[in-house]
Design a protein around this ligand. Structure first.
Ligand SMILES: [Zn+2]
Length: 231
């Protein structure tokens, strides 16, 4: 227990590759930083894509070290990674909206239980650091906590169809409707089937908010069960 606490307070291993006894910058070693800065934001789309999924942009595949960084931030209490991950997500947002139109980021919210377990909504925190990074690059950005996560069952082992059904009941609009003079971009950590982002975009559409694009740090590659390999 004390060891875990010490690790949270003073991370000694790289959050991307677990290397120890190496200099860390924001909890990440220079080799992992090198890999991350060479990732190029790009448009991506799951196959099949659920109905109503806006155009999606991601930084890289859901593979290490990006995968480990996301998990360390999200599930292992490494909140200090919000800043470097916010810088990376800002690059994705900037590539998804490159024409200088002011943007409004709406994070996919944690369920209340997940937010309690993670000591705060991890995507809301990441939206804040992403906005800070965008503004540092002279991009007019704001974020709004416009969705609330509703209690739901763990979707990790559901099929794509079951996930889509669960996702439709996962969100509700929250707070006042955001101003319409900004390009709305949904932000999340990982794009998998697209069911979550499509469902969130649908809830916002019903509330009168049009989502222009989605930006995520990572996107999973589809497994083709017939071929048994990534495609
Ligand atoms: Zn590393």
């Amino acid at each position: 227990m004390l060891g875990t606490l010490a690790d949270l307070l003073l991370p000694t291993a790289c959050a991307g590759c677990d290397a120890t006894s190496v200099p860390l910058c924001s909890g990440v070693c220079s080799e992992c930083v090198e890999v991350m800065v060479n990732l190029v934001p790009h448009e991506t789309r799951p196959t099949p894509a659920p109905a109503g999924l806006p155009p999606c942009h991601a930084l890289g595949a859901y593979a290490d070290p990006l995968r480990s960084l996301v998990l360390a931030y999200k599930d292992r209490g490494r909140h200090g990674l919000a800043r470097p991950l916010g810088n990376l997500l800002a690059a994705v947002v900037a590539s998804a909206s490159a024409d200088g139109v002011p943007v409004l980021l709406i994070p996919i919210p944690d369920t209340p239980a997940a937010a309690r377990e993670r000591h705060g909504d991890h995507m809301a925190r990441l939206a804040r650091t992403t906005v800070r990074a965008l503004r540092a690059n002279n991009i007019d950005a704001r974020w709004a906590y416009a969705l609330k996560g509703l209690k739901k069952a763990d979707s990790a082992h559901l099929s794509a169809v079951e996930r889509a059904a669960a996702a439709r009941n996962a969100f509700a609009p929250r707070g006042r409707r955001p101003a319409a003079d900004r390009r709305v971009i949904l932000v999340d950590d990982v794009l998998t089937t697209g069911a979550t982002l499509a469902a969130a975009a649908g809830v916002l559409r019903h509330a009168g908010v049009a989502v222009a694009a989605c930006a995520t740090l990572a996107a999973t590659r589809r497994k083709d069960p017939g071929r048994g390999c990534d495609v």
